[in-house]
Design a protein around this ligand. Sequence first.
Ligand SMILES: C[S@@+](CC[C@H](N)C(=O)[O-])C[C@H]1O[C@@H](n2cnc3c(N)ncnc32)[C@H](O)[C@@H]1O
Length: 477
Amino acid sequence: MLRLFFRVFTSILSERNLKAAAVHRSFCSAASLPASVCSGFAVKTLMEPKLYRPPPEVRGMTSLDKEAFTQTITVPALRVPTGVLNKVVKSLRKATIQRPGVPRVVQDKEESSDFRLVLLDPHRVSSPSFFSEAEAEALRSFSVAEELQYYELRLTYHNLKSEEVLEAVLPQGQDVTSGFSRVGHIAHMNLRDHQLPYKNLIGQVIMDKNPGVTCVVNKTNIIDSTYRNFKMEVMAGEENMVAKVKENGVTYEFDFSRVYWNPRLSTEHQRVVQLVKRGDTVFDVFAGVGPFAIPAARSGANVLANDLNPESHRWLQHNCKLNKVEKKVRTFNLDGRAFIQGPVKQELPVLLKGKPSVHVVMNLPALALEFLDAFRGLLHQETSCDENLPTVHCYGFSKDDQPETDVVERASRSLGFPLKDQCSVHFVRNVAPNKDMMCVSFTIPKEVLFSADYEQTEPSVEPAPKRQKCEDSTDST
Ligand SMILES: C[S@@+](CC[C@H](N)C(=O)[O-])C[C@H]1O[C@@H](n2cnc3c(N)ncnc32)[C@H](O)[C@@H]1O
């Protein structure tokens, strides 16, 4: 099997040859000639600092030709008796070759059953003097000759890491980013302009090198949709956008191209859900496909979850069923303001008289702080009380030098009530250079909730929210 995969030739060169090769390479570099220009030595790659670099002909390739990455390189090896093979490999762990799909032990040239070749890292070992004291001692104790053998290794596309492939293909000197986020079987990337001509190749490489990824998409930088989903284009693989993911032990399914999902929010979802106790009520104003609502319901809370995007609402319902909490979650497809002034307003009076806590989660960081005015005078027809007032967790982006102060001031303005010293602020994450996502948590003051003197923006009859652009270039919050 191994012999099929690697066409292996061993050439036993003497250490003298190796030294000669080293001399040869230093001659080439002193003369500023590429090693390939100097003829007469087959081991030129052995001494290259980046030995695994693919052949230069692949530069500029836009359609992936895997064969073009194949090359034969010469690597050092030790001839080891099979009886001590495992012990030697263990002792030389740091000196052996480490490449995806490349075995550390191969048959030697004579195919003797008594010996094998242990392949060494050519960047680390170019002569026996490169073995550490402990390695040399181990070799002596197992009676293994330190004499280096040379093994011609057929290195293919499959033995390269994705960065190595992309670095070799994309224009030299330009940024090669092979980073992506993963949502189920989908890898999503933010390609730069210079990478666009290579998008199909990049997609294919990401798919090849990441087991389980069967679809690679490119997201445009700008979220210009109300529903916080990105425009995306399939770069490689299947067109199937229905992803299945697990977050904090809960399974979600959704069409990634039509709803919002951000794998980087799992810690935040967990943090907030941990505040919710059995019997509490949670109003999730911008629920998405349910990453606050469903775990809260699983912890025994009664949940009212809302999203304006009909697709999110559909997947939210689907996920409630999938996680068997459909009896604990009532779902709504309303504008957030209409949700607050409708179902929230209706439920609150009874809940305020009870003992279990009431939470309102508002995760639409680009806009949620502005929605807080919907609480002004929400219960003005009710008798004021200060028992069991709801706790709000409201998210906001801030580009301010003092994001905590900034989000508290904006929340206060929206509520018409100073929250300073009456709230806590949690830094969620940095979403772009100089842009933080924050969460302000506070109890809605009774002065706000029961105020008779309030100015509210009426919910629109047709849910037609403002379209807005968000220059969140790094991810999809
Ligand atoms: C940032 S996502 C958060 C989703 C989910 N809570 C999460 O943590 O993943 C915001 C959600 O708000 C929804 N949305 C946007 N504008 C809305 C509005 N005016 N009223 C209600 N939902 C809205 C979007 O469809 C999106 O699902």
